[in-house]
Design a protein around this ligand. Structure first.
Ligand SMILES: [Zn+2]
Length: 388
């Protein structure tokens, strides 16, 4: 079995790379790639036709949420997540490791996995190393993630080290388990192709721990590596330093995934550090709160200055929303609390992300990404200026 990612071009003046990610049915998806988050099998406010029309062929879903609702039995009975949801593209599933952080009050970490009391009905769940991998195979995921221990920050170094060492022990065990359970689960499921498994780097904001984590994870037989444990409460400077440290140290021939990142400016920064794959709830969550992205920063549609503004959300955007609707109308829908504003802003924001990454990719292939991104980065930060 060959790799699932190949390099197409490298930028001259940064670590940025353009490549192709191959899904289990052989579809090749260009990287850098942003994965919209369809937590429990739904990309909120949209249906899959919208997602496909935006040009997305790949989304992320969360194992924890799918296991809690609708549950593995329903997914098994309906033939896997793709058949259950009707999504025809590919899927990467998180392992539940993020919920180790986000549901810290509802879980306890044991040597063999994580116990959760769920946020819906308060049921008890035991996510073992094996059950987490099996769940992702039952879903029919293209890309599965290792269960890891994601440390919320700030945290004492001793705690970060302990969580990292448990993450390493789990990674060793899961890398060893994977080939065998992949075969048995694939037979049951009947999906074609080979599902892939990615490992996750931890180590908090400590450079030496991050290096150690990369060394350990790189020595195991994963199909790609992710940097986890960022965007979990560390400061801006720590985020940028650790992301910049880890990117170039990850294996060159594999896909590099920076988990939970990020805002458009952060994506451009991360691409310059050599990452290929991203996910973040921001474009969809902020849309539901009335925020739209533009090339000059974020825009809060409720703002009084947009009351009679006949321009589109972003004058440079070619999405279906910007071609049809004014800021004035979208603001009107928002104030009426019409559901349609959330859908329209979600459509625009996801188009904006895809367009941004397409533009970034073209720059990488042309070899001038390193010169291009810093100016875009500055313009994307903060809120949109008066007059734009
Ligand atoms: Zn637009």
């Amino acid at each position: 079995v060959g790799g699932c990612w190949e390099l197409e071009a490298r930028d001259g003046a940064s670590e940025a790379r353009a490549g192709w990610l191959t899904t289990r049915d052989g579809t090749r998806i260009p990287t850098p790639l942003f994965q919209p988050v369809a937590t429990a099998g739904s990309l909120r406010t949209l249906d899959w036709r919208d997602v496909q029309a935006l040009g997305y062929k790949h989304v992320l879903m969360n194992t924890y949420h799918l296991v809690v609702r609708p549950g593995l039995d329903v997914i098994k009975q309906t033939g896997g997540v793709k058949s259950f949801t009707g999504w025809r593209g590919s899927i990467l599933t998180d392992s539940g490791g993020y919920q180790v952080y986000s549901l810290a009050a509802r879980r306890s970490i044991k040597p063999d996995g994580v116990r959760f009391i769920d946020h819906v009905e308060g049921q008890r769940w035991h996510f073992t190393l094996e059950s987490t991998l099996r769940a992702q195979l039952t879903f029919g995921s293209d890309f599965a993630m290792c269960l890891d221990v994601c440390t919320g920050l700030p945290a004492a170094r001793t705690r970060v080290r302990r969580d990292m060492e448990l993450t390493h022990a789990w990674a060793r065990e899961q890398a060893a388990l994977w080939p065998e359970i992949r075969e048995t689960a694939s037979i049951v499921h009947g999906d074609s192709g080979t599902p892939r498994l990615f490992g996750i780097i931890q180590g908090g904001v400590h450079d030496d721990l991050r290096r150690e984590s990369i060394e350990v994870l790189s020595s195991l037989s994963f199909d790609g590596l992710a940097v986890g444990g960022l965007a979990v409460g560390e400061g801006r400077e720590d985020f940028k330093r650790v992301a910049a440290l880890c990117g170039p140290l990850l294996p060159e021939g594999q896909v590099r995934y920076l988990m939970g990142i990020g805002e458009p400016a952060d994506l451009l920064f991360a691409i310059a550090q050599g990452y290929d794959l991203f996910d973040c709830v921001q474009p969809t969550r902020l849309a539901r709160h009335g925020y739209a992205y533009t090339r000059q920063g974020k825009l809060a549609i409720k703002h009084a200055r947009f009351t009679g503004d006949e321009r589109p959300l972003d004058p440079s955007c070619r999405c279906s929303v910007c071609r049809s609707h004014s800021r004035a109308y979208l603001r009107h829908l928002f104030l009426l609390k019409e559901h349609s504003y959330a859908k329209l802003l979600t459509l625009h924001n996801l188009y904006f992300y895809r367009n941004l990454l397409n533009r970034a990719r073209r720059r990488i292939v042309a070899g001038n990404y390193g010169k291009w991104w810093p100016r875009q980065y500055r313009a994307l930060q903060g809120m949109v200026p008066e007059g734009y």
